[in-house]
Design a protein around this ligand. Structure first.
Ligand code: HEM
Length: 345
């Protein structure tokens, strides 16, 4: 648009002049302003301001007006043309840079004052950054990246890469069912006991603890599972006769142990949701059969964080991330098969 065209937004007068017939003729039609009347100029001013507001920076007011109207038109046109210039420059800047080392021409907005001039200066500072040698920028970015994100933490991999297994298991567990019977709940705790008892025995016997700063003995879940089963009616002697899982994940290497630990430690997080549900729906407390799901209670968050610090440091120091993830998936699978032998192919 040139300096004397108005916005494309239709005005009352332009619609009337074009013989717009989309509406019926009102009983008392609004008088059509004469082409150069104050009302017509107000219409044009409003249309141009609306265009500006809506991001059309090409709108301009006519400069053949007289007196105060002319000065208003000039001021408006200058403001919108600054904005148009800046918008165009930003579009240019967001495009590809020129050849390395070649300065990009600075932005010039003649007559820009105050905040406009400040915006121009800021853009020119950004332009100057562009001429810094590419290698300097690349090495600065590389160094910053190394300082902040040395590597994708193993926990950031484990969650998404085991989520399918988690969802499969969670879906089959009826523990969140409001109609869960006491017999169903006891069978579930028996199932966890039958899996954790041999698993924890094998983990306890593993030689890896010498290499890890982790008190596995203090985290064993079997004492809580035994407590629950006793609260649910089993004698100590009967517990020794409960079936135990033989198809456990392989735990020969340190990454395999870490992957398995991830699953059994992570389960304490979901346990917090379950424990609230057990109390609210069935009145089960840690004293009356809910100790396993209650896990570390208020200490669950800090315990999970401590585990996270340990596994992250171990994976960074010793590697084996793929093996950790594979072992976590294998732990989920074997538990799933043990708890739901009918449902798992
Ligand atoms: C109905 C059963 C279950 C529910 C409702 C459940 C729910 C949850 C929830 C809500 C979290 C996220 C907690 C948080 O971000 O603060 C979580 C995390 C987790 N759950 Fe479960 N869970 C269930 C069963 C299990 C079981 C049986 C295991 C394994 C034995 C398990 C292993 C995990 C793991 C490893 C995480 C940690 C994920 C991560 O942040 O990397 N969950 N669970």
């Amino acid at each position: 648009m040139n300096a004397t065209t108005t916005s494309s937004a239709p005005t009352k007068s332009s619609l009337a002049a074009a013989g717009d017939n989309r509406t019926h003729t009102p009983a008392n039609p609004t008088p059509v302003p004469a082409a150069d009347s104050p009302a017509a100029r107000s219409d044009q001013l409003l249309a141009a301001m609306v265009a500006f507001r809506d991001g059309d920076f090409t709108a301009r007011l006519p400069l053949d007006w007289a007196g105060l109207d002319r000065r208003m038109a000039e001021a408006f046109n200058q403001a919108i043309s600054h904005q148009e210039r800046i918008a165009n420059e930003l579009t240019r800047l967001s495009g590809p840079a020129g050849p390395p080392g070649q300065p990009t021409p600075p932005l010039a907005v003649p007559g820009a004052l105050g905040g406009w001039a400040g915006a121009v200066d800021s853009i020119n500072t950004l332009l100057a950054e562009r001429v810094r040698p590419a290698t300097e920028v690349a090495s600065a970015v590389g160094a910053a990246a190394q300082r902040t994100t040395p590597k994708l933490s193993i926990l950031k991999r484990l969650r998404p890469e085991t989520s399918e297994q988690h969802a499969g298991l969670e879906q089959k567990m009826t523990v969140m069912d409001p109609h869960l019977s006491r017999a169903d709940y006891r069978a579930l705790i028996e199932g966890f006991f039958g899996y954790y008892a041999p698993l924890e025995a094998r983990l306890s016997a593993s030689p890896v603890w010498a290499e890890l700063a982790f008190d596995f003995a203090a985290r064993r879940k079997i004492p809580r599972l035994e407590k629950d089963l006793r609260a649910l009616g089993w004698t100590a002697e009967e517990l020794t006769r409960l079936p135990r899982c033989a198809a456990l994940p392989e735990l020969a290497t340190l990454p395999q142990v870490l992957g398995c630990l991830y699953v059994i430690e992570g389960a304490t997080l979901g346990g917090q949701v379950i424990t609230r549900h057990l109390l609210a729906t069935h009145g089960i407390t840690p004293e009356t059969g809910g100790a396993f799901f209650a896990g570390y209670g208020a200490e669950t968050g800090p315990q999970w964080q401590a585990f996270g610090t340990m596994i992250t440091a171990a994976a960074e120091r010793l590697g084996g991330e793929n093996e950790i993830v594979a072992s976590a998936n294998r732990t989920f699978q074997t538990l799933n098969r043990w708890l739901f032998p009918q449902a798992v192919r």
